[in-house]
Design a protein around this ligand. Sequence first.
Ligand code: C2E
Ligand code: MG
Ligand code: MG
Ligand code: MG
Length: 287
Amino acid sequence: HAKKHGKNRVVVFHDEHAKEAAERFQVEQALRAADFDTEINLVFQPQFDLGKNKIVRAETLARWESPVLGKIGPDQFIKIAEESGLIARITLTVVGKALRVLKSWEDPIPLSINLSSHDLISDQVIDQIVRLVSESGLNPSLIEFEVTETAMMVDLEKASTNLLQLSDIGHPVALDDFGTGYCNFNYLRSLPISKLKVDRSFMENVGDPMTEKILHSLAGIAKTLDVHCLLEGVENELELIIAKRVGPQSVQGYLFGEPMNATELYLHVEAQNIMENKGDRMSQVVG
Ligand code: C2E
Ligand code: MG
Ligand code: MG
Ligand code: MG
């Protein structure tokens, strides 16, 4: 059997595996040695409400700048952090930093924070999050948590207990990557979820008529469950037109802003509010 593939191909295959393993090992080593407080930074991506016609929240996204490896995206380090038991510390770093950002703003912009499967099944992580928020004195409604179906399926019972603990004190919970998981009504109904974030892989394929039908179905599930529907990955005007046809309450994507630092986000929202007030005054004068 091996002969059929030829000698060279087998060698290349092995090399690639070895290269991947070596890279993974490097990332894990750098992650273990990292000082998260200085190396992990936060960026924020606007979530735009189509009814209110303004930014109503922003998603917190982690960025890692390693002194050894340079900039590494979350797609490359979150999974490794989960597998090597480092994710809890990263999550708590992100939560701590997000709370400091919120405290620094005169008029706080509500944020959302991603939780990983490990966080969801750990009582300690959830307890520490609750403690950090309580010490900050901030209103829990300012911090939404994003979870995925895959993460919850690791231990559904534990995950729902922990999510209930967060939602009971006023944290909104959003289901991330919606449409790529199980879409099981029974458990969706039993969890304290107030928002479905439809995965951006659907917006990537909007040219295809079947994709638009699927988007309508996913938005229909949100409607049936009476929860907020957000479409992710809206990159241009055409995609916005299609998104609006599907009828979500809000959208997130490059068209409304790429992930940016806290100051940029604050200025962005401030500018939007000034425009809005001007608009209101104009309509008072005219009307
Ligand atoms: P996610 O939570 O689904 O976040 C959305 C990702 O899509 C972000 O990538 C964002 O930059 C990207 N995105 C947003 N709009 C557009 C668009 O219009 N077009 C395209 N092509 N992409 C768009 P990012 O920041 O690289 O994060 C990737 C994933 O890493 C996140 O997916 C999330 O699962 C994970 N992640 C990021 N930060 C954290 C964190 O602090 N904790 C945990 N546990 N996971 C995180
Ligand atoms: Mg997310
Ligand atoms: Mg998402
Ligand atoms: Mg995603």
